[in-house]
Design a protein around this ligand. Structure first.
Ligand code: FES
Length: 148
């Protein structure tokens, strides 16, 4: 089934926008520009309306995600305890920018405002597993072991 067929399987109403986006995210791991154009066309809304919604819908990714998803906390406690150094180390070691995926597709580097584990700052989630009291060198080593 193509993405277009998936989109057109939903009711042609604005209420379908959220479920369509969630479905495409689930199936493909991201929602492409073409998908957004097709959704806008099918639901007879503008692409801009969809992009406004996507600002709040953080689960939807607009590009293919890397093999490994790294989320570094940028909440106050984690910042105070070195999360920016961790971000910089990951950017340097794996040639990836915050909010993006490395060219080789190995890592997506994201940030989050708080994992609600502030007492154990800094916190980093790698592929769904939370690491606490992180040191930048340990995180780089964990990632190198996963990737290489
Ligand atoms: S500030 Fe990082 S977990 Fe709360």
């Amino acid at each position: 089934m193509t993405n277009k067929e998936i989109i057109e399987g939903y009711n042609k109403s604005k209420e379908s926008l959220n479920p369509i986006l969630d479905k495409l995210q689930d199936i493909n791991g991201f929602v492409s520009k073409d998908d957004i154009a097709n959704i806008a066309n099918y639901l007879e809304i503008t692409e801009k309306e969809i992009m406004i919604l996507l600002k709040y819908k953080k689960n939807i990714k607009l590009e293919k995600q890397g093999d490994n998803i790294v989320i570094v906390c940028k909440g106050p406690n984690c910042l105070k305890n070195g999360s920016l150094d961790i971000i910089k180390a990951i950017e340097y070691e794996f040639d990836v920018k915050e909010g993006n995926t490395s060219k080789d597709g190995k890592i997506s580097l994201e940030t989050k405002n708080c994992f609600k584990k502030c007492a154990f700052a800094p916190n980093v989630e790698i592929n769904g597993k939370l690491y606490s009291n992180c040191k930048k060198n340990d995180i780089v080593k964990i990632l190198k072991d996963m990737i290489y």
